[in-house]
Ligand binder design. Structure first.
Ligand SMILES: Cc1cc2nc3c(=O)[nH]c(=O)nc-3n(C[C@H](O)[C@H](O)[C@H](O)COP(=O)(O)OP(=O)(O)OC[C@H]3O[C@@H](n4cnc5c(N)ncnc54)[C@H](O)[C@@H]3O)c2cc1C
Ligand code: FES
Ligand code: FES
Length: 1292
């Protein structure tokens, strides 16, 4: 069929786009960002798994006359699929200039933005829901966000913001205001109103604009006119030819002429393939074929069109004529865990054609005896899914297309199950579908059964013998036991051949659940299905806004002001590195990374890469004029490998091209040959054996260990280990280096280490530091991950910029970023603990090893802090804690929120739990017994004065109603066999102030301009933690002017030199003090003018000073605190003060699967007198959820050969909104002054992460109950992280 290249026509934000020469593999995200400059659509992963690129795509359905809106991840939308459609991005719904849309406004006013990188995607998911359904339920709102990840906020504020659009929420402008101010009843189940009684609110509901659906932009009328989409079109690119037929016969004709052609349906898989494929491809886009989107019942078989999307299939379950088709009714449960973007795009046909056991609908379709109807130009035929789709080879002939799926219209008892590391948007570890024909005449008798298992197994398993066993039997508890045994023996041959022991246990658990569900019917009682989260989430935030005392004169400090650039973030106007518009002549670089752990480089063949059109050249170690080390101080990792690589992901060279796609493709064409070297050390155990370490051991000690053990009634010894954690900040590492005159260079990047980076770039270029200017406007999430590793893109782009004398940009893709940035250190601890019969710990010896990866970097600093916190918050008289960093052939492990403490606290709390279990004591009593008190001294000589931990402990017990709920948990566990609850309360303290004394310094520069506006520059970087917001509050109150008069500039090394890194939760403390000092100087300079004319006001005083030739610009400097820890003498203190907190969590564990539900968390934090309660509560909630991920969900997995398998959000699962506690209460300690903190506040960024350990401890508690009931030992080890597989292991 001969077709010319046609014009691609679609609309973006109401403007028509007509493209004649289009590369069909271009994604919508790339087009929006690169060609239209609509950078509000963010690139967080480029593989559909983060939601940051979400946009609304609208289509006119000519048959129904309706306009349909869908949220889609634009990185998975090939541009040619948009023919005749309209796209809306966050820029299209509101802006700073035209006013924010209510969705944008609410996410800002509810403090739902931190780094802001996820924000536009969140906005567009919610906006699209509202466009389709202006009156959503709270559940619909929650469900619409399953496809969007946020690493900063902990989701609660985002959910609170968006729930206001639901009629079910009392506190919303559409529903009349806030229940605190009105007589509204509270649909969230709180008879007194959800925020009634709370002294202060984070958001003033009355300030929100009303949402009026009638004011939305209209769908382009041109796209409703017949003609545009009624003809076959073809778009020819250099590599991809894209056919868009409008009838099935056209599609089949093209397929017969191009048997190798790929079919594009939902493209959630194909889009990714097209991005990387290098051959020429023909694509037949069947997404516009009406024939494939229909359904009809013929001869007792429901034919479902292969083009129906998953969202369409869910809608079908509401069709009256399909009420009796059990399979269709089961679909919503199977797909409920999917993100809305995936449901909107993935199609039935595409899903089946992937032919994988992991895909969720496969077990259901196979157990439901479905068949595929496939067609070629000349014929149609049926293929039974069970037979053909279990094989490896494609059952379709090259000329065939899957056109529909036949579903027998049977009425059966259908149950489906799935267990995965994360409840939502995660491929199954194991899944199952059960179809049971129940006897109409005899209750609970099974006439026939079909079972299929899927998940992370080589192919679907159909346990025929078990189904035969079930057929004809009546279900009883005894029969369930027999059925499980039958299944167990049938699965035995599969074990070790793709099916693990845990998967076999899940399979049996699913069978048991299914049969128990059949018995339970709809009765209440010990229901066995735990997947569903309650629809109603509750939360409260308890804090005080200053009314008297020190704050009374302050207007901004103490107020819950919104993020200083929240509006820019929500509208997409906030500029991240890759959003900076390209300058003339700019080049793009992409690095070539080592694929080996330890090898000699025997050759680097650049010829193919350099011959590619658009490639400009390359850089390698020979281009380094200065020092070729990442950290010249350590000289242990070459920036560009010379002849040997020491870890997978090490940079060998970089390809420089005119654009990103060319640079990336060319980098992939570089052929590096290696000769393997030994040793390859990957694990801590291997490193210990090989004595492979990075530096000497670090040690903290107190008392007399030997005497302590001698005095102890009992001694326990053990070994504990934690896995790593990846940062998954949403903005990946990147930099833009711009060469200036002579050898000067400007680097735009997202780093927490401006000064270190400046020095590193200067050293690699061999120029003085004053030649290098580093600028950081904002960072799209840091969490420690933008410390040492953030140097890499800046250093290599600086080299390239110098070599080619052109600006050079490099943004790492998600997988490379995750590989290069090692993340949190895995750890291994050996301990010995001595204690009395009453549970008082007398002696503790811990030897901690961490996996540092290949270089020192921050590893020794991390382990030092871990060792310093080696007793957590417990007063143990005799202690020896040692720590040593192992050198392995992994990317360097780095800082990650908590900096060694999350590992150490996990170890200490496990030791305490072991002591409590050993003595049959309640763990919280054992904790209470050792908890530090006022007037005591820690192992690092920190004298505890004004020590708030005991108060937090008592208040948290009271807030959580701990004693009463302990009793309730016991009662629950005594009446429920398959589900057990656990409750745990856990304290934490974290030193504020960096134990390396010299780092506790900061500088600031404050200018007052003649119009009275103020520009503040300081050495800290804004990465979402609200630093600039707090700095604005401090500056405006110190100067006595309104918040809006102050602007905080980007962070730059030419304004504030030698700045300490933005780390250790101390940035507000340090930089705030420096800004305060500068502002005080200016206040003093203005004093004569103020006193001369007190009524004149700020602008007049400023003007008078200017005309009197008084300088209106000054610096501030602070050298903070007299502390520091000396490891040689064990003399401290290690910090200025301690931030304390207590967390209490309750979980419910499904004992058949090991899954858990986080029922409730209460946190009480001591943040001193909060400078900004909204920011601090945001840090607490966000830190907690990140910690929850670390302890309960996120598993870093390597292949046996050491290859990182979890290298993106697709495979590495971080918490989603659905994972947060169903009830989440956060209280800041009241009447709380800290005389060592700026404005009496305390540092907060890292400490709250540690409180998520309470979830692990609660899970431990629940597992213990189950084990006791099963007659198993109370002593057991619950591995880290507590993913379902590890919990199940502990249960058995
Ligand atoms: C971020 C993300 C998360 C995911 N999470 C999950 C999850 O939790 N659970 C789960 O089960 N799956 C998950 N998936 C996988 C998802 O189910 C599949 O990508 C999707 O079902 C494929 O459908 P599609 O219509 O997009 O297929 P496409 O990408 O359009 O096509 C897939 C393949 O099938 C071929 N094909 C498509 N239609 C036809 C046809 N009619 N006839 C012949 N060949 C055809 C194509 O040529 C292509 O080779 C996830 C995917 C992504 C990207
Ligand atoms: S960038 Fe598209 S989903 Fe992450
Ligand atoms: S605010 Fe959501 S990722 Fe940072």
């Amino acid at each position: 069929m001969a077709v010319n290249t046609d014009m691609l026509v679609f609309f973006v934000n109401g403007k028509k786009v007509c493209l004649r020469n289009v590369e069909p593999e271009t994604t919508l995200m790339a087009y929006l960002r690169r060609d239209l400059g609509l950078t509000g659509t963010k690139n967080g992963c480029d593989e559909g798994s983060c939601g940051a690129c979400t946009v609304m795509v609208s289509a006119y359905n000519r048959d129904s006359g309706r306009i349909v809106h869908k949220a889609l991840t634009s990185c998975m939308v090939p541009i040619c699929t948009l023919h005749g459609l309209a796209v809306t991005t966050t820029e299209g719904i509101g802006s700073l200039a035209t006013g924010l849309h209510p969705v944008q406004e609410r996410i800002v006013k509810f403090h739902g933005t931190q780094c802001g990188f996820c924000t536009p995607g969140m906005v567009m998911s919610m906006y699209t829901l509202l466009r389709s359904n202006p009156n959503p339920t709270r559940k619909q709102v929650s469900d619409s966000l399953h496809g969007n990840i946020c690493r900063c906020t902990g989701y609660r504020p985002i959910m609170d913001a968006f729930w206001t659009f639901s009629k079910e929420t009392c506190c919303s402008p559409e529903n009349g205001g806030c229940c605190q101010d009105t007589d509204l009843s509270c649909p969230q189940g709180n008879s007194a109103g959800c925020c009634r009684g709370q002294p202060a609110k984070l958001t003033d509901i009355s300030s929100l604009s009303l949402y009026d659906p009638t004011q939305e932009p209209i769908f382009p009328p041109e796209l409703q006119v017949e003609g545009l989409c009624e003809n076959l079109v073809c778009f020819r690119g250099r590599r991809v030819t894209w056919y868009r037929p409008v009838t099935l016969s056209q599609a089949l004709q093209i397929k017969s002429e191009n048997p190798d052609a790929q079919i594009a349906s939902g493209c959630t898989f194909l889009a990714q393939q097209l991005k990387t494929c290098v051959q020429e491809v023909i694509v037949i886009d069947i997404s516009g074929l009406k024939e494939l989107k229909s359904h009809e019942i013929k001869n007792g078989v429901l034919m479902l069109g292969a083009g129906l999307s998953m969202a369409d299939l869910i809608d079908l379950s509401d069709h009256g004529d399909l009420a009796e088709v059990s399979l269709v009714q089961a679909v919503p449960k199977v797909l409920e865990s999917w993100g809305s973007q995936l449901k909107n795009s993935a199609t039935l046909g595409g899903h089946i054609m992937l032919r994988g056991a992991r895909y969720d609908l496969m077990p259901l379709l196979v157990a439901g005896d479905c068949f595929a109807l496939v067609a070629s130009k000349d014929a149609e035929r049926k293929i039974q899914l069970k037979e053909a789709f279990l094989r490896d080879s494609n059952p379709l002939k090259p000329c065939e297309i899957l056109i529909s799926v036949g579903v027998p219209c049977a009425q059966k008892f259908v149950q489906t199950f799935k267990v995965a590391k994360r409840k939502h948007q995660d491929l199954a570890s194991l899944s199952a579908a059960f179809f049971l024909g129940i006897s109409p005449s005899e209750k609970l008798k099974i006439d026939d059964a079909q079972i299929t298992y899927g998940g992370n197994i080589p192919s679907l398993i159909v346990p025929v013998e078990t189904t035969k066993f079930l057929a004809g039997r009546k279900v009883s508890e005894e029969m369930i036991g027999e059925a499980m045994l039958a299944l167990q023996s049938e699965l035995l041959p599969f074990e070790g051949k793709g099916l693990s022991k845990t998967q076999s246990l899940w399979a049996q658990g699913f069978l048991s659940k299914c049969l128990l569900e059949l018995i339970a019917g709809n009765q209440q009682g010990d229901r066995v299905t735990t997947n569903e989260q309650p629809d109603i989430y509750k939360s409260c935030q308890i804090f005080e806004i200053d009314q008297e005392g020190t704050f009374s004169k302050l207007k901004a400090v103490g107020q819950p002001l919104t993020h200083s650039t929240g509006e820019e973030q929500a509208t997409g106007e906030a500029v991240f590195i890759d959003d900076i518009p390209m300058t003339v002549g700019e080049l793009y670089m992409y690095p070539v990374l080592s694929t080996q752990h330890h090898a000699k480089i025997t050759g680097v063949d650049l010829s193919e890469a350099l011959s590619m059109p658009g490639v400009h050249g390359y850089i390698d170690h020979k281009d380094v004029p200065g020092v070729n080390f990442v950290f010249a101080e350590y000289a242990d990792e070459e920036l560009l490998a010379t002849d040997t690589v020491h870890h997978c992901g090490q940079i060998i060279c970089g390809i420089v091209a005119t654009d990103r796609d060319t640079a990336v493709s060319a980098a992939q064409c570089v052929k590096v040959t290696y000769e393997d070297l030994t040793p390859v050390i990957l694990t801590i155990q291997e490193a210990i054996e090989a004595k492979s370490f990075l530096g000497l051991p670090w040690r903290v000690t107190r008392g007399n260990l030997e005497a302590g053990f001698a005095q102890s009634d009992e001694v326990l010894e053990g070994e504990l280990s934690t896995k790593g954690q990846k940062h998954i900040y949403l903005e990946t590492l990147g930099a833009l280096s711009v060469p200036r005159e002579r050898d000067q260079i400007e680097v735009y990047t997202g780093t927490q280490l401006c000064h270190t980076l400046q020095i590193a770039v200067a050293e690699v270029l061999g120029v003085p530091a004053h030649n290098v200017v580093v600028k950081v406007k904002r960072i799209g999430g840091g969490f420690g991950g933008k410390e040492s590793r953030s140097l890499l893109p800046s250093m290599i782009t600086a080299l390239a910029a110098r070599k080619f004398r052109r600006p050079v940009r490099c943004i790492f893709n998600r997988k490379d970023d995750t590989l290069i940035n090692g993340g949190r250190h895995p750890s291994l601890a050996r301990y010995k603990v001595g204690f009395t019969k009453e549970g008082k710990i007398i002696a503790l010896q811990t030897m901690l090893y961490t996996n540092g990866g290949i270089t020192k970097e921050t590893s020794n600093s991390v382990i030092k802090l871990a060792v310093i916190r080696g007793e957590s918050c417990y007063n143990i008289p005799n202690v020896l804690v040692e720590g040593r960093v192992c050198r392995t052939n992994h990317s360097s492990h780095a800082s990650l929120r908590g900096f060694g403490c999350p590992q150490m606290l996990w170890i200490v709390e496990n030791i305490l739990t072991a002591v409590a279990t050993h003595l049959s004591l309640q763990p919280h009593k054992v904790r209470e017994l050792q908890l530090y008190k006022e007037g005591e001294t820690t192992i690092t000589n920190c004298f505890l004065e004004n020590f708030k931990l005991p108060k937090c402990w008592e208040e948290c017990k009271s807030l959580a109603d701990f004693d009463k709920r302990s009793q309730l948990v016991k009662e629950f566990n005594s009446t429920n066999k398959q589900r057990k609850r656990g409750l745990a309360i856990q304290p934490m303290m974290f030193g504020i102030g960096i134990y390396d004394k010299f780092l506790n310094q900061a500088g600031a520069l404050v200018h007052i301009y003649t119009d009275g506006s103020v520009l503040v520059t300081h050495g800290g970087c804004e990465m979402g933690q609200g630093l600039h917001t707090k700095i604005k509050q401090i500056a405006s109150d110190t100067l006595g002017i309104s918040f809006d008069k102050v602007l905080v500039s980007e962070t730059c090394t030419n304004m504030v030199p030698n700045a300490t890194a933005t780390v250790a939760s101390v940035s507000t403390e340090l930089n705030g003090r420096a800004v305060h000092a500068a502002c005080i100087t200016l206040v003093e300079r203005l004093r004569p003018f103020r006193e001369a004319d007190p009524q004149a006001g700020w602008e007049k005083w400023v003007s008078a000073a200017y005309f009197s030739r008084v300088s209106l610009s000054t610096t501030g400097f602070v050298s903070y605190g007299d502390f520091g820890f000396d490891f040689d003498t064990c003399k401290g203190p290690d910090c200025m003060y301690l931030t304390c907190g207590v967390g209490c969590s309750e979980v419910e564990v499904d004992c058949l699967t090991g899954e858990h539900k986080l029922v409730r968390t209460d946190i009480v934090m001591d943040v001193g007198r909060s400078i900004n309660p909204a920011v601090d509560i945001g840090q607490i909630e966000g830190g907690f959820v990140q910690g929850y991920g670390y302890y309960m969900m996120e598993e870093v997995v390597h292949s046996p050969e050491g290859k990182l398998l979890t290298d993106s959000p697709l495979t590495y699962k971080i918490p989603l909104a659905a994972d947060i506690p169903a009830q989440f209460n956060v209280a800041l300690l009241k009447n709380n002054l800290n005389d060592k903190g700026i404005y009496s506040s305390k540092g907060i960024g890292e400490p709250p992460l540690l409180l998520a350990l309470s979830v692990y401890l609660a899970t431990h508690d629940a597992v213990k109950s189950a084990r006791v009931e099963r007659g198993l030992s109370e002593v057991f080890y619950l591995e880290h992280p507590s993913i379902p597989a590890n919990v199940l292991k502990a249960l058995n």
